[in-house]
Design a binder for this molecule. Structure first.
Ligand SMILES: NC(=O)c1ccc[n+]([C@@H]2O[C@H](COP(=O)([O-])OP(=O)(O)OC[C@H]3O[C@@H](n4cnc5c(N)ncnc54)[C@H](OP(=O)(O)O)[C@@H]3O)[C@@H](O)[C@H]2O)c1
Length: 248
């Protein structure tokens, strides 16, 4: 299959590329800038990861170089990109243009990507779309409002694609991740106090390792599968929490 993973520089994307290229799939990865593309190529070369490189930026979703990917057969798209948003604030503390910008990028950017990708999928009567979401949509997260709202909106898009295009053999599903150790989260996951606090509540007792993600996504990409519009948590049990030490 031809698998496009947006945000190819992310640790999660690299883990997926590593696993799926070993299985003989052709991997395509994007970065949002020319500079990012160059850095990504270098990283992939150093880590011996094999992929085709394309540019895709939420800010200008029509100006992408995905044409070569769209011309291929058996298209799978993993929507992994998402903006980083420090500093974290409550919703009333953000200026309105910041909120608008976040929605414009993540919601509109991902929607337009899917908008470009659906026609060739319809033509081929095959497509698999996977949204990388977060368990935070189930219970909220402190000072992360636009993230939770953006992921939830995109989960809505997955549901509607499932309904509108299921008969075209296009399956759209959501994967909600718990907390994984990546460069995005390292500020927290490398902090001993945070780690201990999290490990006390995660049912599995551990922060996730990115190597635990690829296998879980495979059934969603399978050619002969019947999973459509589903949500899968890869989270060590979150958002359920252990209450030992909190409740006697
Ligand atoms: N790590 C976790 O614990 C965790 C938990 C729940 C969900 N997730 C989700 O998993 C995904 C990957 O997470 P990660 O930890 O690997 O995050 P990450 O390192 O921040 O990766 C996000 C990717 O998004 C891309 N991106 C940022 N702005 C963009 C834009 N304007 N246009 C297009 N792409 C853009 C970045 O690529 P460039 O900089 O090259 O453009 C980057 O590679 C994210 O969707 C995240 O929300 C992660």
């Amino acid at each position: 299959m031809n698998i496009l993973i947006t945000g190819g520089r992310s640790d999660i994307a690299q883990e997926l590329v590593h696993a799926y290229s070993q299985q003989g799939h052709t991997l395509w990865v994007s970065s949002s800038s020319d500079e990012g593309l160059e850095k990504m190529k270098k990283t992939y070369q150093e880590k011996k990861l094999s992929a085709q490189f394309v540019k895709f930026n939420f800010k200008d979703p029509s100006d992408h170089t995905l044409h070569s990917f769209l011309g291929e057969k058996n298209l799978v798209v993993i929507l992994n990109s998402f903006t980083r948003l420090p500093p974290l604030r409550k919703i009333h503390e953000y200026k309105s243009d910041k909120i608008q910008n976040e929605f414009q990028q993540n919601i509109f950017g991902n929607t337009m990507l899917v908008h470009h990708i659906l026609p060739p999928m319809i033509e081929q009567n095959f497509g698999r779309i996977i949204l990388i979401s977060s368990v935070s949509v189930e219970n909220g997260t402190t000072k992360y409002p636009t993230y939770v709202m953006g992921k939830m909106a995109l989960e809505g898009l997955m549901k509607n694609i499932a309904v509108d295009y299921g008969e075209n053999n296009i399956m759209a599903n959501t994967v909600r991740l718990g907390i994984f150790n990546t460069s995005r989260t390292s500020k927290y996951t490398q902090d001993e106090k945070f780690k201990e606090a999290y490990q006390n509540i995660i049912p599995n007792g551990k922060i996730g390792d990115t190597s635990q993600i690829p296998n879980a996504l495979m059934p969603l990409m399978d050619k002969n599968q019947y999973i459509n519009g589903a949500v899968l948590n890869i989270s060590g049990g979150l958002p359920m929490t252990k209450t030992q030490g909190i409740l006697k």
